[in-house]
Design a protein around this ligand. Structure first.
Ligand SMILES: Cc1ncc(COP(=O)(O)O)c(C=O)c1O
Length: 406
C-alpha cells in the first residue's frame, strides 16, 4: 500500500489538526477499527469464554484464541501456544520473574539488565535478586546511548544466568542488537528476555530470528486497547514453569488439598480473561498489517530525521543519546538549558503539542545521564511534517516565554 497519511489520520478519532499528539511511546491513539472490534464483541459475541458449551461462549473463545494466533503470526512464533496473554508488558515480565527466575536462579547466580531499562524491567529483577540471593548486574550504555556487541560480550560473565533487556529504549530510542545478544547469552548458558514494548509497534520483530527465550510487549503501544499484553515464551520453558496466578481456568484437577494445572498457555491465564482486549488487539495488528510494518518503519524513520534535524538546530536544546537520527526510532528525549521539563511540557500543551516530561520510569538511566528529568517527544506514522514543525516551533519559543533574553 502506498502511504497516504491524510487517509490514515481519518482512521483515528483523536488524531486531528488541532493537537499534535507526540506521546506515542507512552500509548498510541486507537483507530476506528479497533474501537469497532471492541464494541462488536459486546454486540455479537459476549459471554464468559472457555467455560461455556453454548454458541455465544464458543464465539467469545474464538475471538480470544484468534488473537493468540494473530500475535503468534505477527512476531513469527512457532505456535499460538507460545503466546500467553497478560495485562501488559509489566505483567509479562513479572510473570517470568516470579515463575522462571524464582524457580531457576539461586545464590551465586547473576541477572544482567541494562542501565536503560524501564522500571518494569528492573523492579521484578530487584525482587528476584533479593529473594534468591543473586546479584543484579548492569551493563551501561556508551556515550552514544548504545550497547555494543563487544560490551555485551564482556559483560556476560559465567555467573550470569538470565538477561533481560530492551530492544528499543523508551528514553534514547536506541535499537539493541538483540539477535547477537541472544546468541552470546545462550553460548554462555544464560536465558534471555527481550522487552519489545518500544520495538513491536515500530519495526519487524521476529522471535524465531532473534531466538530469544522470552519476549514481551503491551497492546496499547501498538494501537490496541489498554489491559492486554503478551508474553512469548519457548514452549519447553513455559511448560516447566510453575503457574503465576492460581484460580479458575488454569487447572486440570482440584482436590481438597492440591491441584494439577492445565496445559500452556492457559496455565498462565487464571480467571476470566480479557476478550474485548484480545478482539481489539487482533483488529490493531490487522490494521498494522494493512499498512505494513516495513512501511511504518520507513515513514517513522523519515519523520524522525526531520524532527531530529530541526530540533538539533534550536539553541540551548540538547537531545540525549546518539548524535545520529537513525538511532532514535521515533524517540527524541531532550533538555532545554535553564528550563524544567515540567514547564516545557505545560508550555507545549498550551501550544497544543502533547509530549511527556519526567524520568520516563527510568531513574537509574537519568542518573547515568546526569539529569533529573527530561522531556520526550515520540513519533507514530500518523504524525505529519506540520506537526513536527509545530513541535519544534513550540520548543524554540519556550526560553523566551520563561523570561530568557535569548
Ligand atoms: C521499554 C518499556 N518497557 C516496559 C514498559 C511498560 O509498559 P506497560 O506500562 O504497558 O506495562 C514501557 C512503557 O512505557 C516501556 O517503554
Amino acid at each position: 500500500m502506498s502511504f497516504d497519511v491524510n487517509a490514515i489520520r481519518k482512521d483515528f478519532p483523536l488524531i486531528n489538526d488541532e493537537v499534535a499528539y507526540l506521546d506515542n511511546a507512552a500509548t498510541t491513539q486507537k483507530p476506528e477499527c479497533v474501537i469497532k472490534a471492541i464494541s462488536d464483541y459486546y454486540r455479537t459475541s459476549n459471554a464468559n469464554p472457555m467455560r461455556g458449551l453454548y454458541k455465544l461462549s464458543v464465539a467469545a473463545t474464538d475471538a480470544y484464541e484468534n488473537a493468540r494466533s494473530k500475535v503468534a503470526t505477527f512476531i513469527n512464533a512457532a505456535d499460538p501456544s507460545n503466546i500467553v496473554f497478560t495485562r501488559n508488558a509489566t505483567e509479562s515480565i513479572n510473570l517470568v520473574a516470579e515463575t522462571y527466575a524464582m524457580a531457576n536462579l539461586g545464590e551465586g547466580d547473576s541477572i544482567l539488565i541494562s542501565i536503560a531499562e524501564h522500571h518494569s524491567n528492573l523492579l521484578p529483577w530487584q525482587k528476584v535478586a533479593a529473594a534468591k540471593g543473586c546479584k543484579l548486574k548492569y551493563i551501561d550504555t556508551d556515550e552514544n546511548g548504545k550497547i555494543t556487541v563487544d560490551a555485551f560480550k564482556a559483560a556476560m560473565t559465567p555467573d550470569i544466568k538470565f538477561v533481560s533487556i530492551n530492544q528499543i529504549s523508551n528514553v534514547l530510542g536506541t535499537l539493541n542488537p538483540v539477535k547477537e545478544f541472544s546468541k552470546i547469552a545462550h553460548d554462555n548458558g544464560a536465558k534471555i528476555l527481550i522487552d519489545a514494548s518500544q520495538s513491536v509497534p515500530h519495526i519487524k520483530v521476529d522471535v524465531a530470528d532473534i531466538d530469544c527465550d522470552f519476549l514481551v510487549f503491551s497492546g496499547h503501544k501498538i494501537y490496541a486497547p489498554m489491559g492486554i499484553g503478551a508474553l512469548y515464551g519457548k514452549k519447553e520453558l513455559l511448560e516447566a514453569m510453575p503457574p503465576f496466578l492460581r484460580g479458575g481456568e488454569m487447572i486440570d484437577y482440584v482436590t481438597r488439598d492440591s491441584a494439577t494445572f492445565t496445559e500452556v498457555p492457559h496455565k498462565f491465564e487464571a480467571g476470566t480473561v480479557n476478550v474485548e482486549g484480545a478482539a481489539g488487539l487482533t483488529a490493531a495488528l490487522d490494521y498494522v498489517d494493512s499498512i505494513g510494518i516495513d512501511e511504518i518503519a520507513k515513514r517513522e524513520e523519515y519523520l524522525t530525521k526531520i524532527a531530529f534535524e530541526k530540533l538539533s538546530s534550536v539553541p540551548h536544546v540538547k537531545i540525549l543519546g546518539s548524535s545520529d537520527y537513525i538511532d532514535h526510532h521515533g524517540i527524541l528525549t531532550f533538555v532545554i538549558e535553564g528550563v524544567h521539563p515540567h514547564d516545557i511540557a505545560y508550555i507545549m500543551d498550551s501550544d497544543d503539542v502533547c509530549v511527556r516530561a519526567g524520568h520516563h520510569c527510568a531513574q537509574p538511566l537519568m542518573k547515568h545521564l546526569g539529569v533529573m528529568s527530561t522531556t520526550r517527544a515520540s513519533i507514530s506514522f500518523y504524525n505529519t511534517e506540520d506537526e513536527i514543525d509545530r513541535f519544534v516551533r513550540s520548543v524554540a519559543g519556550i526560553r523566551s516565554k520563561m523570561g530568557y533574553a535569548e
